[in-house]
Ligand binder design. Structure first.
Ligand SMILES: Nc1ncnc2c1ncn2[C@@H]1O[C@H](COP(=O)(O)OP(=O)(O)OP(=O)(O)O)[C@@H](O)[C@H]1O
Ligand code: SF4
Ligand SMILES: [Mg+2]
Length: 322
């Protein structure tokens, strides 16, 4: 079996609140192979972004406790790296595309300068070589006039163009793994399609492993091979996209799928929702955390937390799966 591009082993994140601490992510494990796109889906507040930030080591040191057995990129454990050794890995081996490029890009430097700084730090080379790499990275995400984009400041570009420039910056060193956290939220449909095409291109051309954090199940179905469903910081279902969309086994996954609006010629679109709300970190009910919202709940569900049955190809954490 080949070494996965990203392997996360037993990752937990707790927020400290006074003498107490609250789990936001609770013992999750998964791996993504080179050239594979895996989605992390779930309602708002279920722990997706905290998971992404914890993998990258970008959570603050104070008030947050991150634990894992290992976080491996191509077999190398990066979980213990701090300071400059951690920064060496970020951008070179693993990179993140944030939801809001406006806050991730520095407004006082041109895009060319920001992308060059990333390349120079991780890959090095002479001035002309670096300039060439910047232009190539901008061309690779579809800019037909890459010189003009390199000379521009972030505020001179539209939101979609900034997002593409951020993808160029994240991929200029050809990292093995890219984590994209809601990369298309708040973009119009055509820009969204361009961003997804570029991620797909990276995956197939450079065998990049992609973790796509998304609310949008239609995008997930179109862009990913595998999918993980998260709720209250735990993985409830982990499988290939085809299996999830044809037959979700976890009642929560089934609930999420039922919320996808169905467009019909004859009836107005119906928008469903799962009754109730995601509890905040630290307020998870005992037993199965989904029990208060689950249509299949039985008394046994409140006794203990169901574990993910990872021996199955369509792994599910439920006492009464569908
Ligand atoms: N600094 C913090 N202190 C305490 N709890 C926090 C902190 N940051 C996040 N949380 C909690 O962690 C949980 C997970 O948050 P996270 O941002 O990962 O959700 P998400 O799944 O990315 O949601 P969204 O889809 O809205 O982006 C939430 O309950 C949130 O309230
Ligand atoms: S364990 Fe019980 S409450 Fe939880 S999802 Fe399964 S059936 Fe529902
Ligand atoms: Mg988030």
């Amino acid at each position: 079996m080949s070494t996965p591009a990203l392997a996360v082993h037993d990752l937990s994140v707790r927020f400290k609140t006074g003498a107490d601490s609250r789990h936001a992510v609770d013992g999750i494990s998964f791996s993504i192979d080179a050239g594979e796109a895996t989605a992390l889906v779930g309602e708002s507040g279920c722990g997706k972004t905290i998971t992404a930030l914890a993998i990258l080591g970008l959570l603050p040191d104070s008030g947050v406790h991150v634990e894992s057995s290992a976080i491996e990129i191509n077999g190398r454990d990066i979980s213990g790296l701090t300071g400059s050794r951690r920064r060496e890995v970020l951008g070179r081996d693993i990179a993140m595309i944030f939801q809001n490029p406006g806050t991730a890009l520095d407004p006082v430097f041109t895009l060319g300068r920001q992308i060059s700084a990333v390349y120079a730090r991780h890959c090095g080379g002479g001035k002309e070589h670096i300039r060439q790499k910047v232009i190539e990275s901008l061309e690779a995400v579809g800019f037909s006039q890459p010189q003009d984009i390199a000379a521009a400041y972030p505020h001179q570009l539209s939101g979609g163009m900034r997002q593409l420039a951020m993808i160029a910056m994240a991929t200029v060193c050809k990292p093995a793994v890219i984590i994209a956290d809601e990369p298309t939220t708040s973009l119009d449909n055509s820009t969204r399609a361009v961003i997804l095409q570029q991620l797909e291109r990276l995956r197939t051309l450079h065998q990049t492993a992609i973790l796509l954090v998304s609310h949008d199940l239609a995008t997930v179905r179109q862009s990913c091979q595998k999918v993980m469903v998260m709720y209250c910081g735990r993985l409830l279902e982990k499988t290939d996209c085809e299996s999830l969309f044809s037959h979700a086994r976890h009642p929560y996954s089934a609930g999420l799928l039922s919320c996808i609006p169905q467009i019909s010629d004859t009836r107005p679109a119906m928008i469903n929702s799962i009754p109730g709300q995601v509890p905040a970190a630290g307020e998870f009910p005992p037993g199965c955390h989904f029990a208060p919202r689950c249509p299949r709940v039985e008394s046994m569900c409140n006794q203990s937390v169901p574990a993910l049955d990872t021996d199955k190809q369509q792994a599910v954490a439920c006492f009464r799966p569908l």
